[in-house]
Design a protein around this ligand. Structure first.
Ligand SMILES: Nc1ncnc2c1ncn2[C@@H]1O[C@H](COP(=O)(O)OP(=O)(O)OP(=O)(O)O)[C@@H](O)[C@H]1O
Ligand SMILES: O=C(O)[C@H](O)[C@@H](O)[C@H](O)[C@H](O)CO
Length: 177
C-alpha cells in the first residue's frame, strides 16, 4: 500500500480506450494542482502506427512505452512534484512495472464503464489514431485492478467534472489531496 504522507504522489488515470483517461486526467490535475502528462504522447511512433492500422499492441510493444511513462513519473517525483499521467495500464504486470518505477508511490484511478458507453464515446471523437475496432481487444486484455493497493475505481457514466470529483473524493482517504 502506498504510504500516507504529504509528499508528492504520482497518479495514473487508467482504463481502456475511450474511458476518458485524457479528459478526466486533465480535470483531476486541475483540481489537485498537479502537472498532467498525456501518456499517449510517449508512445513510440511504431506503436501509434500499429494502432492506427487497427493492430493491437503486444506486451513487447507496450514495455518501452511503460518505461518512458515510468521515467517521466520518476523525474517528477525526484523534483518533489506530484504528477498525473494517462495510461491504459491494462495488465497487472504493467501496473507492477509502473509501481516499481514510481518507488511504490503510485495511485491508480480506474475508469470503469460498459462496452456500449465506451464504444459510443470512441465513436463520437474525430481525429484520433485509435479505431473503435480495437475496443474488443482492449477489453480482452484488461485485467481489472480493483482490489490492488492504491487503486480507486470510478464509474464513467457521469459528466467529466463529476467523475473527476468522485476520483478526488476517493483518493483523499488514501492521503492524496
Ligand atoms: N464523462 C464523459 N462524458 C462525455 N464525454 C466524455 C466523457 N469522458 C470522455 N468523453 C469523451 O469521450 C471521448 C474519449 O475520451 P478520452 O479521449 O478522454 O478517453 P481516453 O481514455 O483518453 O481515450 P484513448 O485512450 O483512446 O486516448 C472524447 O471524445 C471525450 O471528449
Ligand atoms: O495499451 C494500449 O493498448 C494503448 O496504450 C492504448 O490504450 C492507447 O494508448 C490508447 O487507448 C489510445 O488512445
Amino acid at each position: 500500500m502506498p504510504e500516507r504522507t504529504n509528499r508528492a504522489h504520482a497518479i495514473i488515470v487508467m482504463g481502456v480506450s475511450g474511458s476518458g483517461k485524457s479528459s478526466i486526467g486533465e480535470k483531476l490535475a486541475e483540481a489537485l494542482s498537479l502537472r498532467f502528462i498525456e501518456g499517449d504522447q510517449l508512445h513510440p511512433a511504431s506503436n501509434v502506427e500499429k494502432m492506427s492500422k487497427g493492430i493491437p499492441l503486444t506486451d513487447a510493444d507496450r514495455m518501452p512505452w511503460l518505461d518512458l511513462i515510468g521515467e517521466a513519473m520518476k523525474a517528477a517525483l525526484a523534483k518533489g512534484d506530484g504528477v498525473i499521467v494517462s495510461c491504459s495500464a491494462l495488465k497487472r504486470i504493467y501496473r507492477e512495472r509502473l509501481r516499481v518505477a514510481a518507488g511504490g508511490n503510485l495511485f491508480f484511478v480506474y475508469l470503469e464503464g460498459s462496452k456500449e458507453l465506451l464504444s459510443e464515446r470512441m465513436g463520437h471523437r474525430s481525429g484520433h489514431f485509435m479505431p473503435t475496432s480495437l475496443l474488443e481487444s482492449q477489453l480482452e486484455t484488461l485485467e481489472v485492478p480493483t482490489g490492488e493497493p492504491g487503486v480507486v475505481t470510478v464509474d464513467i457514466d457521469d459528466t467529466i467534472e463529476d467523475i473527476a470529483e468522485e476520483a478526488r473524493k476517493k483518493l483523499a482517504p488514501l492521503g492524496v489531496a
